[in-house]
Design a protein around this ligand. Structure first.
Ligand SMILES: Nc1ncnc2c1ncn2[C@@H]1O[C@H](COP(=O)(O)OP(=O)(O)OP(=O)(O)O)[C@@H](O)[C@H]1O
Ligand SMILES: N[C@@H](CCO)C(=O)O
Length: 306
C-alpha cells in the first residue's frame, strides 16, 4: 500500500470530572487526511485545506508526531501528509489531537502496523505537546482507541479502554471564538483544596463505575467538575445559561469540552440529545456570537480508514 485516506475524529477531553485523564470519541465530526509513501526520505506536509495552519513539519502537530515516530522507526522511505481540516483549531474538541493522531496512524498502516495503539498515542503526544505546551493524551487516546478512555498514566503511558453504554449520545455547541489550550491551562491554580479533590476523585470513580454498569443515574451524579470549571467558565460566554438549558432539556450532564470554548452534554437517547441541541441553540441564538451545534453517537471505533 502506497497511500491511505483516513477519518480522524473529534474528541471530548476531561468529561467534566476527569481533567487530563478521561475522554471520549465523537462520530460525526472529524478531519480527513491522506498519507502517502515517498522515495524521498523525511516528513512533508504537502496540502492543508479548511484552515490556515503551518506547512513546516516542525510547526504542525501532524508533522511533529510523524517525525517523532519516523526518527524512531527509521523506515527506508519518506511520507507526505495532506490535511483536510474540518475541526477548527482551538475549538476544544481535539483539533490538534486529530492531526497528531492521524499522521502516526496513517504511517503505521503504510508500514504494516509495527506499532500498537499505546505506542501510537505515545508518538502523537509529541505533536500534541506543540499545541498545548504539555504532553497529555486525554484527546489522543479516544481518537486512537475509540469510545471512552482513561489515561492511567502519561509517563509511562498507560491507557484503559472503558465501555460505552449503548444509549449514550453527545450534544456539542461550538461558539466561534478561539481559546488556546495553552492559555486556558495557564489560568488554572497549581493547588486545589482537599475537599474539592475528594469530591472530584469520587466523581471520576463513580463515572467509570457508571460506564461499566450502564447506570445512567450515576452518570448524571458523576458528571460534575468542581476543580477546573469554576476557573475556566468565565472564558466561555453564556456558559451558565447553556448548562441550565441543557439540564432542563433532559441532559445527564453538561460541561466544558476539553479546554473550551466548546461545551458538551451527554444524554440517554438520541431524541433527548436533539432536544438538548435545540435548547442550547436557543441560548446562543439570542446573542451575536456565531456558533455550530452537533449531535453525535459515541464513536467506539476511533480513527478509521476511508
Ligand atoms: N494540524 C493542526 N491542527 C490543529 N491545530 C494545529 C495543527 N498544527 C498546529 N496547530 C496549532 O495548535 C493550536 C490549536 O490547538 P489547541 O490544543 O489549542 O486546540 P484544540 O486542539 O482545538 O483544543 P482541545 O485540545 O482543547 O480540544 C493552534 O495554535 C494551531 O495553530
Ligand atoms: N485536558 C486538556 C484537554 C485540552 O487539550 C485540558 O483541559 O487542558
Amino acid at each position: 500500500m502506497k497511500e491511505i485516506k483516513i477519518f480522524s475524529p473529534a474528541t471530548v477531553a476531561n468529561v467534566a470530572c476527569g481533567f487530563d485523564v478521561l475522554g471520549f470519541c465523537l462520530d460525526t465530526i472529524g478531519d480527513e487526511m491522506v498519507i502517502r509513501k515517498t522515495v524521498e526520505k523525511g516528513i512533508r506536509i504537502t496540502k492543508i485545506e479548511g484552515h490556515d495552519l503551518p506547512y513546516k513539519t516542525e510547526e504542525n502537530v501532524a508533522g511533529v508526531s510523524a517525525l517523532a515516530m519516523y526518527n524512531d522507526l527509521l523506515p527506508d522511505c519518506g511520507f507526505e501528509i495532506e490535511i483536510y481540516k474540518n475541526i477548527k483549531p482551538g475549538s476544544g474538541i481535539g483539533s490538534s489531537s486529530a492531526s497528531a493522531a492521524g499522521s502516526v496512524y496513517g504511517i503505521n498502516e503504510l508500514l504494516g502496523k509495527p506499532l500498537d495503539k499505546t505506542k501510537l498515542t505515545y508518538f502523537a503526544m509529541k505533536g500534541e505537546a506543540l499545541a498545548s505546551k504539555c504532553e497529555h493524551a486525554d484527546n489522543l487516546a479516544p481518537a486512537i482507541f475509540g469510545g471512552f478512555t482513561l489515561v492511567k498514566s502519561a509517563h509511562p503511558l498507560q491507557i484503559l479502554e472503558l465501555p460505552t453504554p449503548s444509549d449514550l449520545y453527545a450534544t456539542l455547541i461550538h461558539p466561534q471564538i478561539e481559546i488556546k489550550t495553552s492559555e486556558s491551562r495557564a489560568i488554572l491554580p497549581k493547588e486545589i483544596p482537599l475537599q474539592n479533590a475528594i469530591t472530584q476523585w469520587a466523581n471520576v470513580g463513580s463515572l467509570v463505575h457508571a460506564l461499566h454498569t450502564s447506570n445512567y443515574d450515576l452518570i448524571k451524579d458523576a458528571l460534575i467538575d468542581v476543580v477546573i470549571e469554576p476557573h475556566r467558565k468565565q472564558l466561555i460566554p453564556h456558559f451558565g445559561e447553556v448548562k441550565l438549558a441543557a439540564m432542563e432539556a433532559g441532559a445527564l450532564g453538561c460541561a466544558i469540552s476539553g479546554s473550551g470554548p466548546s461545551i458538551f452534554a451527554l444524554s440517554k437517547s438520541e431524541a433527548t440529545a436533539t432536544n438538548v441541541e435545540k435548547a442550547i441553540r436557543d441560548v446562543y441564538s439570542k446573542t451575536d456570537i456565531k456558533f455550530e451545534t452537533y449531535v453525535s453517537k459515541i464513536n467506539t471505533e476511533g480513527i478509521k480508514i476511508l
